[in-house]
Design a protein around this ligand. Structure first.
Ligand code: DLL
Length: 436
């Protein structure tokens, strides 16, 4: 198996060397954040910890966690450590109350991120000779632009096709000779279906490697994607709060998870209930501290993603720790066709509509390769006896409101009063029938 590195020296550095870089960067970060960001200083003062208390990497555990709500409370730019005139880009993701979480990047951050993404591409076996088909969405989502800059940094050719219009994507793949595909895994399967419908044999294309992420996907799905697209499928992980795509990437030994860019992101696994740091190899919630970001560094960010860390050196020679494929989340966030959806957002919409009751359920299925979301909601007695046309209008109205707020198209099923099961404890709002 051929190995290609973006930065061999760093990527194969013995762990002592790596840890000394991490410690140096961590100390600098904590000192800077303490000095420049009031909400961080406040939390550290409350926890009784000062920058000089960070003497070893284990001292990281003394620092308070950062959670998504800290970003919301300081919306939009309150956690930035540099003045806005040094920020050259912002990205954002949707939030429960309609307020997105906003992240920012300096010019240097964009360079760092591009290098990280180039490293990820290399790790998956791509090189400057590749024609890279970037089907991650362009826009506030970090996927499209984050990958784009990395591809350019690598020196490969980027096709900035973004998501959607599968038929056109297939024609482009054929005509331009795309060799590497970047998309969500579910969209990759969708493209495979489109190929089938167009009678295009994947073997007639030049696709060699896929770099799929932004949502959970199983080993079964990997097999299916590899078979249907005739490529090697690798997993890429990232989140906007920490950077975007490229935080971790699988090499071609796809049996033990993704290499984390540890010189930039310091990972921990904690017990989500107690917050205690767990020993290496144990499963728990992934927490990240950024080591090199300027505009929006983050300390001990609780991702809510469940994973575990493997520290032994990989067969590819990389010493960077590997994180196991994300198997779930500690909260109830759903990812529907790559878009983050919280049940509370759906609730927020429903509660603003006249004629429906606060009893609803979200049913998520995988129809072919696409996630579908159906919102079942009880209507009030009076409304239920209305003529069908009125009910259809109501369903359409709810569908539109949800699409407007969340950017996701769902089906809405209005059901009779008192038909949705009531719970005695926590309500089961989500029925996720996807077998992934
Ligand atoms: O999804 C960044 C990204 C773009 C990653 C393109 C990979 C490729 P957010 O929109 O902030 O950022 O969503 C982050 O998505 O906390 C995970 O729950 C989930 N996620 C991302 N990558 C994976 C993956 C981007 N490979 C949230 N496997 C994260 C499972 C993933 N879940």
């Amino acid at each position: 198996m051929s190995v290609s590195y973006w930065d061999e020296e760093i990527e194969t550095l013995p762990r002592v060397g790596l840890e000394s870089i991490q410690l140096k960067r961590l100390k600098q970060l904590v000192a800077r954040v303490y000095k420049t960001v009031e909400p961080y200083r406040q939390k550290m003062v409350e926890a009784g910890v000062k920058p000089e208390d960070i003497v070893t990497l284990a001292d990281l555990a003394k620092l308070p966690f950062t959670v998504k709500n800290d970003l919301r409370d300081n919306y939009p730019f309150g956690l930035f450590t540099v003045p806005l005139d040094q920020v050259v880009r912002v990205h954002a993701s949707s939030g429960t109350t309609g307020k997105p979480t906003v992240v920012g990047y300096t010019k240097k951050d964009i360079e760092t991120w591009s290098g990280i993404m180039a490293r990820a591409l290399c790790c998956a076996g791509a090189s400057k000779d590749d024609m890279i088909h970037n089907a991650y969405g362009y826009g506030l989502f970090t996927g499209g632009l984050g990958a784009h800059y990395g591809i350019e940094c690598l020196g490969a050719t980027v096709i900035p096709v973004s998501g959607g219009n599968s038929k056109r994507q297939i024609n482009i793949m054929k005509d331009f000779g795309s060799t590497v595909l970047l998309s969500t895994p579910s969209y990759a399967l969708n493209l495979a279906d489109a190929m089938d419908a167009m009678d295009v044999d994947p073997k007639s294309l030049s696709l060699r490697v896929g770099i799929f992420g932004a949502e959970p996907w199983s080993e079964n799905m990997r097999e299916e994607v590899e078979r249907k697209l005739n490529l090697k499928a690798t997993d890429i992980y990232g989140l906007s709060e920490v950077m975007g795509p490229g935080v971790a990437q699988e090499c071609l030994h796809t049996d033990r998870g993704m290499h984390i860019c540890e010189d930039h992101f310091l990972p921990e696994i904690i017990d989500p209930e107690t917050g205690e740091v767990l020993p290496p190899g144990e499963k728990g919630e992934l927490v990240f501290t950024t080591l090199t970001k300027e505009a929006f560094p983050i300390i001990r960010y609780r991702t809510k993603d469940i994973s575990r860390l493997y520290y032994e050196t990989c067969a590819c020679g990389r010493t960077m720790v590997r994180m196991e494929k994300v198997t779930g989340r500690t909260d109830d966030m759903l990812i529907i066709r790559g878009v983050n959806v919280f049940p509370s957002q759906v609730e927020h919409v429903l509660m603003g509509v006249e004629g429906v009751e606060p009893h609803y359920q979200i049913v998520v299925e995988r129809d072919g390769n696409l996630d579908t979301m159906q919102v079942q909601v009880e209507v009030s007695e009076g409304v239920f006896s209305d003529e069908i046309r009125k009910l259809e209008n109501l369903a359409r109205h709810i569908q539109k409101e949800i699409k407007d707020l969340l950017g996701v198209t769902c089906k809405v099923k209005l059901v009779e009063p008192k038909t949705i099961q009531r719970s005695e404890g926590k309500a089961q709002r989500v029925i996720d029938n996807r077998k992934i």
